[in-house]
Design a protein around this ligand. Sequence first.
Ligand code: ZN
Length: 134
Amino acid sequence: MDISHIEHIGIAVKNLDESIKLYENILGMKCYRIEEVKDQKVRTAFFKIGQTKLELLEPTDTTSPINKFIEKRGEGLHHIALNVDNVNTALNELFVKGIKLIDEKARDGAEGLQIGFVHPKSANGVLLEFCSSK
Ligand code: ZN
């Protein structure tokens, strides 16, 4: 598996608009994209830092996994996304090595990326996302 860089860091927030203000007004960053990912019941906002992004995630529904996360653990660091050449190849490789996966096959994420999650139980309590542009 060839991990090229941290594609983004996902942060769970209760109120996307309020959180955008923090990053724009206090930290001087610029939100370049807001996107709703219906599949995951979230609204996302993206900021770029070099080739890595921050992805703020706001639940759009009480059944959203992000809402469940916030209810259980509060707002904060949600996941780290690693960029690979091909998500399905990476997920297959991990599966063969006995790693517990949330997604055995890639699905559509924000920004037109293919994404797949590894179970935190297999990654020191960290929710790892793999993503690729194909
Ligand atoms: Zn993500």
